[in-house]
Every structure is written in C-alpha cells, then in structure tokens.
Design a protein around this ligand. Structure first.
Ligand code: AMP
Length: 212
C-alpha cells in the first residue's frame, strides 16, 4: 500500500479521514498530536501552537522521524506534515536516504465558511485524539459529550476559536498551500472535496486502489 500525505486547511477533516483509513491497515502519524504531547511538558510550545503559527521545522521533523523509526514497514498517513516547502524537502531527502517511495498526496479542499463552522463546533477526545463535530449528524458522538471509543469526556481544542482559526487559515494559505503546486509538479497530487466525510473516504479509497 502507498503511503499517504494529507494536505488540508485547518478543520478540513484530516484527522477524521486518517482515522477511517486506519481500518485499511494504515498507521496515522499526526504531527499536531505529537506536538500536543510535547507541549504538555513545554509551555512555550503550547503558547506558540495556541497562536495558530507553525512550530519550527527541526522540532517537528525530529518528532516525526522518531515515530517513523519505530514504524518499520507499516504503511502510514502523514496527517499535518509537511506544512511548508522546507519540510517537504527535508522529507524528500529522508525518503531518498531510506530508498522509499513518497506515495500519494491528497489535497482536501473545502470553502472557508464550512471550515470555520467546523473548527468552532469541533470537540476531540483527549485520550485517543478522535475528532467529532457537534453540527454534523454524521460526525456527532453517539453519547453526547463522550468519546465513542474510550468513553472519555470530549474537550474543545484551545486553537479552535474563530480568531485562531483565521490565523491558522492564513498560515495555511501562506505556507502550506504552495505544496499543492510542489506535489502537482511531481505528479503526486490528488484533489478531493472534503465536504462530506463518508464521500471523501470513498474517493480516497478509490485513489489508493488505482495507484496500488
Ligand atoms: P493540527 O492538529 O494538524 O491542526 O496542528 C495543530 C498545530 O500544531 C498547528 O497549528 C501548528 O502549530 C502545529 N503543527 C502541526 N503540524 C505541524 C507541522 N508539520 N509543522 C509545524 N507546525 C505544526
């Protein structure tokens, strides 16, 4: 199976899609989750993440490499990495050293209004990281306020306010969106509409099947 890179604006549903793809045998590698773990012991990291800015490339890459080293040959989904051209180049170099294929890059596209609504109605499980959306019948938890999987009380992410969403969205446009052309030029990019989670998942499954 090809590895997958997910490129998406904030609240497009990267985490939800990655979670669905796990049932096909993929491991989900979320740099956001790795950094949230690190931020628990590093308040300066937490402060920076709460402004909607990106964390420095070296810190992120080190955390990612650690996970990749432990993974062996299990196929994986990069959820939230790379976030800029520099990270994409660092990753290309690593793949070259490891003699591994890049796999496929999925760009999840949705309009800004939908994203804002999603960000401000998102709740997550602090234990397993699963995301839910209170405005969506499809993505609501079964039992209000609790995770379907671990029954933990769901919380709001601190960066899911309207103000921080705006900052994260503009960080996406400035730094992450150039990756679309970067991967188009390598003939690795597939665009999907991320309005309805179930449809997005089916679309991505077909892409993976065709590319296998
Ligand atoms: P996410 O969970 O992917 O929405 O990421 C949450 C926050 O973690 C982002 O707003 C960034 O501050 C940070 N972050 C996650 N992935 C990266 C990355 N690849 N490079 C830099 N910062 C990142």
């Amino acid at each position: 199976m090809k590895n997958i890179i997910l490129i998406a604006p904030p609240a497009a549903g990267k985490g939800t899609l990655a979670n669905s793809l796990k049932s096909l045998g993929y491991e989900q590698l979320s740099t956001g989750d790795m950094l949230r773990d690190l931020a628990q012991i590093d308040p300066s990291l937490q402060e920076k993440m709460q402004t909607g800015a990106l964390i420095d490339d070296e810190t992120v890459f080190k955390a990612l490499k650690n996970k990749l080293n432990k993974l062996g040959n299990t196929p994986y989904i990069l959820d939230g990495f790379p976030r800029n051209i520099k990270q994409a180049e660092m990753y290309d170099k690593l793949l070259e050293e490891l003699n591994r294929d890049l796999g496929v890059v999925i760009y999840m596209n949705t309009d800004k209004n939908t994203l804002l609504k999603r960000a401000t109605s998102r709740v997550v499980c602090p234990n397993c990281g699963r995301s839910y959306n209170l405005l969506s019948e499809e993505l609501k938890p079964i039992k209000e306020g609790f995770c379907d999987i671990c029954d933990q009380e769901l919380i709001r992410r601190k960066d899911d306010t309207e103000e921080i969403f705006e900052k994260r969205y503009s960080t996406f446009l400035d730094q992450t969106a150039p990756l679309i052309e970067f991967y188009e030029n390598k003939n690795k990019l597939f665009k999907v509409d991320s309005k309805v989670a179930e449809k997005t998942y089916e679309e991505v499954k077909n892409i993976i099947k065709e590319e296998a």
